[in-house]
Design a protein around this ligand. Structure first.
Ligand SMILES: O=P(O)(O)OC[C@H]1O[C@](O)(COP(=O)(O)O)[C@@H](O)[C@@H]1O
Ligand SMILES: [Mg+2]
Ligand SMILES: [Mg+2]
Length: 331
């Protein structure tokens, strides 16, 4: 068996051991997922956020912790661990990870992923992770789909690597990915419509009204329920993703976690020319105040994300108007 690797030509030298370790972890996890042992989706516990943990959540967490143990990481924070774990005392990096994103899709053979964010390590774990989101020095995700891809940014564009099943190596397949701006597709869990704030309802109402509404064009809709899969689709062909805050108990700040979901996805999307906000303000301009804290998340093509922010600025009468009657956005 070959040791999984990654083409390091375009990776800054300081990050190479870390990226090799992530590639090893990702390729190994891809193999576990491909084999598809039926017990991977068994409920085995609850994480500190109250989410049910599946066997694969726990396995992926242990697998990455092990793969990363010699990769220069001082602090390791995970969705599946209540507190950060100390790794190498002299390590330069603090790494936050969602080891397995899209857990509800494990047994449905739909794309799932891993999301990671890297910050410069400080002496204390807390100071390493609770800081301005824009201190991120690397971030990205691995998607376990029909193809396994690793997408990463080091702050100078977004790179895409694709796992070659013959060599077990992640080959660079796009050195500078850019997000197309013209795809009229939105992604939101529409079953929560009645709980959404009015500007979000108004925005989606106007997409649904299509050619008969103020936007005067038809839209398509997608919802995979794997953030990584939605991010990758949007990176490839544009569109917009929304997970807003809503009125359900526990969803006052949406569902997605700032440190290891929203910040790294925002980083990759911004570096590919897109935009990511909490509905109004850039995700990366916010501070991370809680290891497992949440934030509303809207990301995708810049013009579409800006439009959502504009709905938040509409006067109440406009935002409450029935779709088709919103005059302000009529072309
Ligand atoms: O079930 P919902 O409310 O539509 O939420 C789906 C969202 O939850 C997530 O599965 C949360 O991530 P985890 O699976 O890592 O907990 C996202 O991938 C996805 O976008
Ligand atoms: Mg997740
Ligand atoms: Mg997860």
């Amino acid at each position: 068996m070959t040791t999984p690797s990654i083409d390091t030509t375009h990776i800054p030298p300081d990050f190479r051991p870390l990226m090799l370790a992530l590639a090893r972890g990702g390729a190994t996890l891809a193999g576990v997922i491909r084999r598809g042992d039926g017990s991977l989706s068994a409920e085995v516990g609850t994480n500190s956020d109250g989410d049910g943990q599946k066997r694969l959540d726990v396995q992926a967490d242990a697998l990455f912790r092990d793969a990363l143990r010699d990769a220069g990481i001082r602090w390791f924070a995970s969705e599946e661990q209540a507190e950060p774990v100390a790794m190498q005392p002299g390590g330069a990096f603090a790494l936050a990870i969602d080891p397995l994103d899209g857990s509800s899709n494990i047994d449905t053979n739909v794309s799932i992923g891993t999301i990671f964010a890297v910050y410069p390590a400080q002496d204390q774990a807390e100071a390493s992770f609770l800081r301005p989101a824009r201190d991120l020095i690397a971030g990205g995700y691995i998607i376990y789909g029909p193809r396994c891809c690793l997408v990463v940014s080091f702050g100078d564009g977004t790179q895409i690597y694709t796992l070659n099943p013959d060599t077990d190596s992640f080959d660079l397949t796009s050195p500078r990915a850019t997000l197309p701006d013209c795809f009229f597709e939105y992604a939101i869990n529409a079953s929560n419509y009645r709980h959404w704030p009015r500007p979000i309802r108004a925005y989606i109402d106007d997409c649904i009204a299509g050619i008969d509404g103020p936007r005067a064009r038809n839209f398509n809709m997608r919802w995979i329920a794997s953030l990584v899969a939605e991010a990758h689709r949007i990176l490839m062909r544009g569109g917009i993703f929304l997970y807003p805050a809503d009125a359900r108990k526990g969803y006052e700040r949406g569902r997605l976690r700032m440190l290891y979901e929203c910040a790294p996805i925002a980083f990759v999307i911004e570096q590919a020319g897109g935009r990511a906000t909490d509905g109004a303000l850039p995700i990366l301009d916010a501070a991370i105040t809680d290891l497992h804290g949440r934030t509303p998340l809207v990301f995708g093509s810049a013009e579409k994300v800006d439009r959502v922010a504009a709905y938040h600025d509409l006067p109440d009468a406009e935002v409450s108007a029935l779709f088709g009657n919103r005059g302000l956005f009529r072309a």
